[in-house]
Design a protein around this ligand. Structure first.
Ligand SMILES: [Zn+2]
Ligand SMILES: [Zn+2]
Length: 103
């Protein structure tokens, strides 16, 4: 898994059990392929991802979904800053690439 979120991909980032799938921190129409290409994803188990009770999973939990997108944007921008952009440039670059800003 190419991930700019974490290099520790063997365990679910939420509960620590073995990884069974990946979560794209940025998702929605047209967004997921970009997140896939950019590595804005991380290891999760199916229960924490979309199979557990709604308050205990990411998908269909509105607060968790909103926070996921914020984390995804922050990680993406941090990656650009590490490559030499200013924070303002990274924010604008995110807006151009993903068509919106979650922050
Ligand atoms: Zn989990
Ligand atoms: Zn997901």
């Amino acid at each position: 898994m190419k991930s700019i979120i974490t290099k520790y991909t063997k365990n679910c980032m939420l509960c620590g059990t073995p990884t069974t799938t990946e979560h794209h921190f940025l998702f929605g129409s047209g967004t997921r392929p970009l997140a896939d290409e950019d590595g804005v994803k991380g290891p999760v188990c199916s229960k924490c991802h979309n199979m557990g009770k709604i308050p205990e999973r990411i998908h269909d939990n509105s607060a968790a979904e909103a926070l996921s997108k914020m984390v995804g944007q922050l990680a993406w921008e941090k990656h650009q800053v590490a490559a030499g952009m200013t924070e303002d440039e990274a924010r604008e670059a995110f807006r151009r690439r993903y068509g919106m800003s979650y922050l």
